[in-house]
Write a protein that binds this ligand. Structure first.
Ligand SMILES: [Zn+2]
Length: 328
């Protein structure tokens, strides 16, 4: 479970808070119920004093007869309590805390075969936190499907005989339906085309919708993530580097923006390949956007990488004139 101390502690705090809230809510429900039906409080008080009396009797080694009497009284009280609850149409579980994770009751650990194991919910929380840290400060609200403007794309044929407006309408519809139907095994996408054609906007719009559905999404630009990995690697912060890799590999959707604008080195080339390839092998989707032509990608990265890209991605080729210069 290679996560840094920092992520471990943040996750632990969030779990404790979940557990505290579940217990507090259960106490509150109990108190409200006792105000409504005071007989239940009396039963509970008597049950507690019987519990204490049984414990005392066991310690003093009293005769079995008195212990048996106490147990019978206790069972009778519990039956009475259940009857009152049923008469008032109240679930028997009303007193039980409702934990987010029933398996570990929000402690983060489970006992199995006399061993303590980390619960899946704790692992998921650490992966989510590592992801949050990577894609903090995303301009999600500014980049939605709603505010994507197709009017910027020309309805006249370009030099290749293509009509940008038509092409981009198809791409837009494709992205909307991709986000609508997103699942953990959705296809990967390669968004290709010049700067200012809306690749980042549409990938953030997809991120927006996919996050709303509850999936974990990491959005990073290639220069940003390569800098980070390089820094962690060369300053020997191997734990941090492992956190970064882990979250890039584990999130449900990874969006790698602006591939090719990073400072390219053998280290970054192998990082990019490994990240993408590991996700392909794990059957997890990645959205990559780039300004580069396929032959440039081959020269910068490798034939192996580009073959992988082509083999596992749906390709969306953006065309038109730079929107940013049009807005100005
Ligand atoms: Zn759990």
């Amino acid at each position: 479970m290679p996560y840094s101390q920092e992520i471990y502690h943040i996750a632990k705090d969030r779990l404790s808070e979940r557990r505290r809230q579940a217990l507090r809510a259960a106490d509150y429900r109990r108190e409200q119920l006792y105000l409504e039906i005071p007989a239940l409080r009396e039963i509970n008080n008597e049950l507690m004093s019987i519990g204490a009396a049984v414990a005392k009797s066991v310690v003093r080694n009293d005769n079995q007869h008195s212990i048996k009497e106490l147990s019978e009284r206790s069972l009778a009280l519990q039956a009475e309590q259940n009857t009152i609850l049923a008469e008032n149409h109240i679930d028997k579980d009303i007193f039980e805390p409702k934990f987010t994770c029933e398996k570990c009751e929000d402690t983060g650990y489970i006992e199995r075969d006399n061993r303590t194991e980390v619960c899946d919910c704790f692992l998921k929380l650490m992966a989510d936190i590592a992801g949050e840290q990577l894609s903090a400060n995303l301009p999600l609200n500014e980049n939605t499907f709603k505010n994507f403007k197709l009017d910027y794309y020309s309805t006249e044929q370009d030099i290749n005989g293509k009509i940008p407006f038509n092409r981009m309408s198809n791409i837009y519809n494709y992205c909307v339906s991709y986000a609508d139907n997103f699942g953990i095994h959705s296809k990967s996408l390669l968004l290709r085309g010049g700067t200012g054609l809306g690749k980042t906007h549409l990938s953030l719009a997809i991120a927006n919708e996919v996050i709303k559905k509850g999936f974990s999404v990491i959005y990073v630009s290639a220069p940003e993530i390569c800098n980070k990995l390089e820094k962690e690697h060369f300053s020997h912060q191997y734990n941090d580097q492992e956190d970064t890799f882990n979250s890039l590999l584990k999130c449900d959707l990874l969006i790698l923006d602006d591939l090719g604008t990073e400072f390219v080195s053998p280290f970054t080339v192998s990082c990019i390949y490994n990240i993408f390839n590991s996700r392909v092998l794990a059957n997890k989707p990645t959205i990559i956007s780039t300004n580069m032509q396929l032959n440039e990608l081959v020269t910068t990265y490798s034939q192996r990488f580009v073959s992988r890209l082509i083999g596992s991605c749906d390709r969306l080729d953006f065309i038109g004139d730079d929107i940013r210069t049009q807005i100005k």
